[in-house]
Design a protein around this ligand. Structure first.
Ligand SMILES: Cc1ncc(COP(=O)(O)O)c(C=O)c1O
Length: 314
């Protein structure tokens, strides 16, 4: 079944070749189906109607992260970062997108049958699609709970690698949250410390300090998180983001909290476990960061132009 937003996708790239979207196929006994032997990455492109340009945000860094995920799981990638940058540009151009898009590259072991170990042959799929809305109430904010599920850890299923299998943990978390009437959830590690959301990093604000768990805290090394760390220092005259463990109860008494990610952008968290965060609205630091970020990714800012790749004017 194809969702509405995929109905007008004309092409994707499979094993380096641009093919009609409906012609992409994998065998049901492919190892990726049996054991989820795949890593992936995802990023966004923003259409700027005034400049008539589509800007892809931090593509190279996303592809480097893909190669790092592949290295952790010993799935050899057949392409270099430069080759995948070119494939991305060609695919977006082939689809002639003039709207905001979401892109995804998947690297998977495509052996038919066999056990869990072999890493060959590897197949790749690259897709560019109209933008989905992951969090229904993204801009206004979401009500979150703390999940009863714990985050996978570097000792068993490393969250640093963006592996498809990790998203079974995210799915359990999301299902529980939605079943209990929340929009999303915050996941603790086995020591009870805050990690991230099912597919988002997170920040809290306390007494003017912007705080986020460290990259060794059982999280994906999010590029949006990294972007906000840079932007916060710039807009606050050099004040640094505090990277430290966060307790569950700090979520209840924070002045502001927000999820961030390529999909979530900056999505305010209005309550946690039914305790209102701050005054229950988007806070001033979240708002400033969100606006600065959106200006940047849409190509309306003169700073960090090296983070943007222009698709049509190259
Ligand atoms: C588990 C998880 N954390 C954080 C993020 C945010 O990462 P990024 O900012 O690189 O999109 C994502 C999204 O990819 C994710 O799946």
């Amino acid at each position: 079944m194809t969702t509405d937003r995929l109905k007008n996708v004309r092409f994707l790239t499979m094993d380096g070749e641009i093919i009609p979207f409906g012609e992409a196929k994998i065998h049901p006994l492919s190892k990726v189906m049996k054991y989820a032997t795949s890593v992936f990455d995802a990023w966004r492109g923003y259409w700027n109607p005034e400049k008539r340009e589509l800007y892809v945000f931090r593509l190279r860094e996303h592809l480097i992260r893909l190669l790092q995920s592949a290295k952790i799981y010993q799935i050899p990638c057949p392409y270099t970062v430069d080759e995948m940058v070119n494939q991305t540009v060609e695919l977006i151009r082939a689809n002639e997108y003039k709207e905001d898009i979401h892109c995804r590259v998947i690297l998977f072991v495509n052996e038919i049958d066999g056990g869990t170990l072999s890493s060959l042959p590897v197949s790749t799929v690259l897709a560019a699609m109209p933008m989905p809305h992951f969090l229904k109430r993204g801009p206004e904010g979401v009500h979150a709970c703390v999940s009863s599920w714990r985050r996978i850890s570097d000792e068993d299923m490393p969250p640093r690698a963006k592996a498809a299998a990790n998203y079974q943990n995210a799915r359990l978390v999301d299902l529980e949250a939605l079943n209990n009437g929340y929009d999303s959830a915050i996941i603790l590690d086995r020591n009870g410390k805050v990690t991230e959301g099912p597919a988002y990093s997170m920040f809290i604000v306390r007494n003017g300090a912007l705080i986020t768990p460290p990259v060794t805290g059982g999280i994906l090394e999010s590029l949006t998180r990294d972007t906000f760390i840079t932007l916060f220092s710039e807009i606050s005259g050099g004040q640094q983001v505090v990277q430290r463990e966060i307790d569950r109860t700090e979520l209840y008494i924070a002045d502001e909290a927000f999820f961030c990610g390529s999909s979530a952008e900056a999505t305010p968290i209005l309550s946690v476990d039914k305790r209102q965060v701050g005054d229950g609205k988007m806070g001033p630091i979240t708002r400033t960061l969100r606006e600065t970020y959106l200006d940047l990714v849409k190509g309306n800012s003169s700073s960090h132009r090296d983070w943007l790749l222009s698709i049509y004017g190259r």
